[in-house]
Design a protein around this ligand. Sequence first.
Ligand code: SAM
Ligand code: DTB
Ligand code: SF4
Length: 367
Amino acid sequence: MKFNPEYSTKESLLELYQKPLLELVFEAATIHRKYHNPREVQMSSLLSIKTGGCPEDCGYCPQAARYHTDINTHKIMDVEEVLEQAKNAKANGSSRLCMGAAWREVRDNKDFDKVVEMVQGVNDMDMEVCCTLGMLSENQAKRLKNAGLFAYNHNLDSSKEFYKDVISTREYEQRLDTIENARSAGISVCSGGIIGMGETEEDRIGLLMSYMEMENPPESIPINALVAVEGTPLEDQKPIEQWELIRMVATTRIAFPESVVRLSAGRTKMNMEAQALCFMAGAGSIFAGDKLLTTPNPEFNEDQEMLSILGLLPKASFSDAPQPETKPDPILIERKRQEETREKELKDAKETKNKFEPRNIKSVDSL
Ligand code: SAM
Ligand code: DTB
Ligand code: SF4
């Protein structure tokens, strides 16, 4: 059951969202137990492979170049460094790595070639690889799929109506197109939203309705609470009540029984009891490690203790779908071939030059 036919209208979903809290959690927990192993939680690691300098104006985002935020911007990371970090994440129990880049859209350049290499390398470590790189064309999606990409994250963030109050540099439709491009390339879709941006409860339901209207709703739905970052237009947003996040997780769980609901940004503001209710209500994943992309996340040890107290176990990779195959990438192969040819030409030129260059000026003079 990809979506729950009992709650396929805006009215029924809103009524569900507004149910007495414990009734809602109980209903969600019941569905969760039917479709998932309630003892398991997937630990995912986030890695910002390119930070800041983004041309977009997303009102929540510290990485938009136009806002004066205190983040450490950097250009795209080296492939080796990313693979090293992936290895550490795996050693610490993460079965999924999500690589994020502060791009409006993917461009067909050397930076994208690097991402393709990163995807190949991480997939070869038997971790689920997810990327969130902004807008993606059909061909770029195919290339990522070919490299072994498991999932593509592209959030709709809120309802279509509220979206334009937060972002003016792109349209909701463009987000839907990218999701469709990932989907038709055979990549698993990860798409969710942020609550606490000043939206109404109807907007939260509107986000879920956007997924209801899809032929195939996302396999993975991250629910973020806004991290209000100084310097962004949403810096003064009042933090949401923990109950609201629990309601959103539970409603999403019930609406999309098969999807993995991810308790994402905003956990530093939650106590363990509230997080426990989210797990009860069907959250099946958290981000591990003390940093999200640019903002803080609970400490690794703190999370380990929480999981141990709650009796939750880390979920293995590829429990829900088979591992994609890493196939050779013709563009990378051609680039490597060209680089090798260039290197050889340089070496040959050097040798030829050395061979014919007069070594001893004196002896030349004396001729
Ligand atoms: N540039 C790409 C894009 O927008 O799709 C990928 C990176 S972007 C940072 C990924 C997601 O992070 C956004 O869609 C948004 O849902 C989430 N995000 C960004 N800033 C956030 C914040 N301050 N609080 C909560 N979530 C945030
Ligand atoms: C998602 O929905 N949340 C993650 C992941 N997908 C890429 C990102 C959260 C970012 C929070 C703000 C930051 O750390 O910059
Ligand atoms: Fe750029 Fe993504 Fe941040 Fe928007 S959310 S400003 S697209 S990095």
